[in-house]
Design a protein around this ligand. Structure first.
Ligand SMILES: Nc1ncnc2c1ncn2[C@@H]1O[C@H](COP(=O)(O)OP(=O)(O)OP(=O)(O)O)[C@@H](O)[C@H]1O
Ligand SMILES: [Mg+2]
Length: 259
């Protein structure tokens, strides 16, 4: 039965897709069957995993017009671990989801009760086929993110140590609490300090403040080799043992009990 992990933060550019990419490729390389679901219409992780499509069918899949087999594609790349990865790719057409949900309202109600449960319902049918399902989400608190929270076991929340980032967290935490109380009592979360520069005193101070209110994990530093990792399509686990990126991510996942 697959464990479902969502990477979320309604703030943009905080390292969500980076986390989703590094974690999913690492897990696949360990021999796990991994499904990556791209719920962001920017389709960044779809293209990094060689799974771009002209038009995503996620809206049609969610409302039940098409099957899983029609929405999933293999990840493509030159390394061995890709054979363990499947992707439900996104494209800018994911924006049609809101419209389609309104048009299919009565059907959705009959099938899932509420639209928030649609992704969970679809995943229940395929959970046996995978060890992990990793979901990348867009930087806004919309239907996609809420559906992902309802369908997940765990959310990882990359957060930058800056004032605006931390303010934005409250909105996400409120939503998390509502979903936990109503739809998904087992949901848990970890806040991950992301792109941290510990030499900056103000960042260190913000992180300490954050740790007073929340469950904060080990940080991922701001590192040049992380940007290279994406452009060369070379996950951190393939980097040398002196790679700081490899160190930070593996340390983080171990401390979270994910690996
Ligand atoms: N640890 C890091 N060190 C340096 N650069 C990083 C790190 N993590 C991510 N980046 C870079 O920061 C940028 C934003 O990262 P990413 O795309 O993962 O954020 P995101 O939260 O998914 O953004 P969006 O909200 O737009 O989807 C990218 O250019 C990425 O390569
Ligand atoms: Mg992203």
């Amino acid at each position: 039965m697959a464990k479902v992990i969502t990477i979320a933060n309604n703030k943009g550019g905080v390292g969500k897709t980076m986390q989703a990419y590094q974690l999913s490729t690492y897990l696949a390389n360990e021999g796990n069957k991994v499904l990556v679901i791209d719920l962001d219409s920017q389709a960044n992780i779809s293209s990094t995993l060689g799974a771009s499509v002209r038009r995503t069918l996620i809206p049609e899949w969610l409302i039940g017009d098409i099957d899983f087999e029609d929405v999933v594609v293999p990840a493509e790349g030159e390394h061995d671990f890709y054979k363990n990865m499947s992707v439900i790719p996104s494209s800018r057409h994911l924006a049609n989801l809101a419209k389609l949900l309104i048009l299919s309202e009565s059907e959705v109600r009959k099938n899932a009760g509420r639209k928030e449960r649609l992704l969970k319902l679809r995943l229940e049918a395929i959970k046996e086929e995978f060890d992990y399902i990793v979901i990348d989400t867009p930087p806004m608190l919309g239907d996609e993110l809420i559906m992902a929270l309802v369908a997940s076991n765990k959310i990882l929340i990359p957060t930058q140590a800056q004032d605006y980032s931390i303010d934005g967290l409250e909105e996400l935490m409120d939503t998390f609490e509502i979903i936990k109380e109503s739809e998904n009592p087992g949901l848990d979360f970890n806040i991950i300090p992301s792109m941290v520069n510990m030499r900056r005193k103000i960042e260190k101070q913000r992180m300490e403040e954050l740790a007073q209110s929340f469950n904060v994990s080990a940080p991922v530093r701001n590192l040049v080799d992380m940007q290279e990792s994406i452009s060369l399509k070379k996950p951190v686990f393939m980097m040398g043992k002196n790679s700081k990126g490899k160190m930070d991510y593996e340390n983080l996942w171990k401390s979270l009990g994910l690996v």
